[in-house]
Design a protein around this ligand. Structure first.
Ligand SMILES: [Mn+2]
Length: 278
């Protein structure tokens, strides 16, 4: 089983195009662990759907405006509280995170209840804010409990289920025992850890960049700087009990440009293909 894992795309269509150009059709599934990026989601999912395999996804905090029944085509499967079979395995997860539930139905109902109770309260009323926080935590517990039931009832069984959420789940040995792999993003930067038999793989982040300057020019100004996509994605190979995950970073062509160390300036223009320093 070979998976292409990515997350934290943040609406960066260019990065997805680049990924599609360089990746071959060698995967059994593409897994998107959230933060597809609101308005660009349809375009992004359209590009990912051209891989010759199913696309499994959950929503993150950047996807707060996306309806849970969005239709991105028949090869794209929203894993929210359901399990989807693939190659003898199953994928299951939930969408939304505690900091931003978006259109998560459980959270929406709980948060509406709080708003109904505090209808006359000012937005910074302490009791109101405290109730909102409690409702959001409760939404987390309920989504997690429902996911546990979905995984338990999945035809593939927990030991053949890959759990996908946007933020990392903790202590999953308590209610998601036997799940061998948990894929997530949100906390930018690849990481794989093993805890109580589960591999935790942070597959993020596709949308990341470096700032570059002309390599041969002394005294560069702001106008000289460009940004280049330097995000990464993860290839995950599963063979029996062995799980192998390796991050792959975009290696931008930097003819005439040098990376500015420890400086990332958002708002600087993107480096165009073949562009040379002035
Ligand atoms: Mn996020």
């Amino acid at each position: 089983m070979k998976l292409l894992g990515l997350s934290d795309i943040h609406g960066n269509v260019e990065a997805v195009r680049k990924l599609r150009e360089r990746a071959r059709n060698e995967f059994d599934a593409v897994v998107v662990a959230g933060d597809i990026g609101g308005k660009a989601a349809t375009e992004i999912m359209g590009i990912l759907a051209t891989f010759a395999c199913p696309v499994m996804y959950v929503f993150g905090n950047w996807d707060r405006q996306l309806p849970y029944d969005s239709d991105f085509g028949s090869v794209c499967h929203h894993l929210h509280l359901r399990s989807v079979a693939c190659g003898g395995w199953a994928f299951a997860g939930f969408s939304g995170i505690r900091a931003s539930w978006g259109m998560n139905p459980i959270a929406t109902a709980l948060l509406q209840e709080v708003k109904g109770k505090h209808v006359a309260a000012s937005p910074d009323n302490a009791d109101y804010l405290s109730d909102l926080r409690k409702a959001s935590e409760e939404a987390g517990r309920l989504n997690r409990r429902k996911l546990a039931a979905v995984v338990k009832g999945s035809p593939a069984g927990p030991s053949r289920t890959i759990v996908v959420t946007h933020d990392r789940l903790f202590r999953i040995e308590s209610d998601l025992p036997d799940v061998p792999i948990h894929l997530f993003g949100h906390r930018h930067g690849f990481k794989m850890t093993t805890y109580k038999g589960t591999k935790f793989v942070n597959v993020s982040a596709l949308d990341d960049f470096v700032t570059v300057r002309p390599s041969n020019k002394a005294g560069c100004g702001l106008d000289d700087l460009r940004n280049v996509n330097a995000g990464s994605y993860t290839i995950i190979e599963i063979d029996g009990d062995r799980v192998d995950a390796r991050p792959i970073q975009f290696e931008p062509q930097l003819d005439g440009w040098a990376v500015v160390p420890d400086q990332k300036l958002s708002g600087v223009p993107w480096l165009r293909e073949g562009e040379l320093p002035k």
